[in-house]
Design a protein around this ligand. Structure first.
Ligand code: CUA
Length: 326
C-alpha cells in the first residue's frame, strides 16, 4: 500500500522540465516507451488473469461441509498443459520481437546529415564539441528539433554515463572506448541531463542541459558560438582580460584573446550559458561570486584551483567580464 501511495506522489511530481522517464520527447525515448508500455499492459493483463483465476478457484473449490470426503482426483490434462506451455511462448515472443527490433534500430549508423556532437565526460562536467560546425562548449548542448543528432561519448578519466531522461537513455562514457547514441528530438525546449554512473566526489552534481531549438535558432546559436568573443565595454574588456590572463588562462580558453588553457571548460561564450558549474547555479553575478570565491564550497572536490584568493573587486570585474561574453 505504501508503495502505491508513493507512486501516486511521484506521478503528481511530473512537470514538463522534469527528468520523468515516462515523458518521451525523442524517437529514441518513444521507442523505449513503446516497449515498456507493451510489457506493462501484458503484465497487468496476466496479473489480473492469474489473480482472478486464483480467487475463482479458491471460492469455487473450497471445502464445504464434509471435511472427510476426498475430492475428485484428476491426473493430467494434455489440452491445458499444451495451453500453458504454448501461450507463454507467444506472449514472450510478442515483446521479445519488438524489443530486439528496436535494439537493432538504435544500433544502426546515424544518417549522413545528422548533427554530430562529441561529448567528453570530465570530473565533473561535460565538454561538447561539434566537429563539423567548429563549436566547443561546456555543459549546455544545443540541437535542432526534428533532426537526427549523433553523439560520440568518450571520457579521458573515469567512467561517466550520459543521460537525458526525456531524450536519450543512459549510455556510458568509458575511457579508451567510443560509444555512440543517436536521437531525434520532437519538441522545442529545455531538457535536463545528469551523469548516471558514480564517478567521484561531485558525481551527483555533474549535470548538463540540452536545449532543443527551432532550426533557425540553432543556426543562430552556431553562428554566435563559432565567432570569437566580443566585449563591447572597453574598460570591462581590459580589466577582465588582464585578470583572466593572471588567474584563469592556464586552464580556460577564451577564443579571440591570449587565454588558451585546455583543462577547464572553454569560456569563449560563457555569458550566453544559462548556468555555471555544470548546471549547478544560474549564471548571474551572485553565482559567479560564490564560484570565484570558493569553487570547492559549491562543488565538492572541484578541480578548479585558485592561485590566490581573489578580492571582491577582482571578482566583480571578472564576473562583469565573463557575463559580457555572450
Ligand atoms: Cu560523471 Cu558521475
Amino acid at each position: 500500500m505504501t508503495s502505491v501511495i508513493g507512486f501516486a506522489f511521484l506521478a503528481a511530481c511530473h512537470s514538463d522540465n522534469s527528468m520523468d522517464t515516462l515523458v518521451p520527447h525523442s524517437d529514441l525515448t518513444q521507442g523505449v516507451m513503446d516497449v515498456y508500455s507493451l510489457v506493462f499492459w501484458w503484465t497487468l493483463f496476466l496479473f489480473v488473469l492469474v489473480q482472478g483465476g486464483l480467487i475463482y478457484i479458491v471460492m469455487r473449490f473450497r471445502s464445504k461441509g464434509d471435511h472427510s470426503a476426498v475430492p475428485e482426483q484428476v491426473h493430467g490434462n494434455p489440452t491445458m498443459e499444451m495451453g500453458w506451455t504454448v501461450a507463454p511462448v507467444f506472449i514472450l515472443m510478442s515483446f521479445a520481437i519488438p524489443t530486439v527490433q528496436f535494439i537493432f534500430k538504435t544500433q544502426a549508423p546515424a544518417a549522413a546529415d545528422a548533427v554530430k556532437v562529441n561529448a567528453l565526460g570530465k570530473q565533473w562536467w561535460f565538454e561538447f564539441t561539434y566537429p563539423d560546425l567548429g563549436v566547443v562548449t561546456g555543459n549546455e548542448m544545443h540541437v535542432p528539433v526534428g533532426k537526427e543528432v549523433s553523439v560520440r561519448l568518450q571520457s579521458d578519466n573515469v567512467i561517466h554515463s550520459f543521460w537525458v531522461p526525456q531524450l536519450m537513455g543512459k549510455r556510458d562514457m568509458i575511457p579508451g572506448k567510443v560509444n555512440t547514441i543517436k536521437f531525434t528530438a520532437n519538441k522545442i525546449g529545455l531538457f535536463l541531463g545528469q551523469c548516471a554512473e558514480y564517478c567521484g566526489d561531485s558525481h551527483a552534481l555533474m549535470k548538463f542541459r540540452v536545449f532543443v531549438d527551432s532550426p533557425e535558432d540553432f543556426d543562430k546559436w552556431v553562428a554566435t558560438q563559432k565567432s570569437d568573443a566580443v566585449v563591447e565595454n572597453a574598460e570591462v574588456k581590459a580589466t577582465g582580460e588582464a585578470l583572466f590572463a593572471t588567474n584563469c588562462a592556464s586552464c580556460h580558453q577564451i577564443r579571440g584573446t591570449a587565454a588558451a588553457g585546455m583543462i577547464g571548460p572553454d569560456l569563449t561564450h560563457v555569458g550566453s550559458r544559462s548556468t555555471i558549474a555544470a548546471g549547478l547555479l544560474d549564471n548571474n553575478p551572485e553565482s559567479l561570486k560564490r564560484w570565484l570565491s570558493d569553487p570547492q564550497e559549491v562543488k565538492l572536490g572541484a578541480k578548479m584551483i585558485l592561485n590566490k584568493k581573489l578580492t571582491d573587486q577582482e571578482i566583480k570585474s571578472l564576473s562583469d567580464y565573463l557575463l559580457s561574453l555572450k
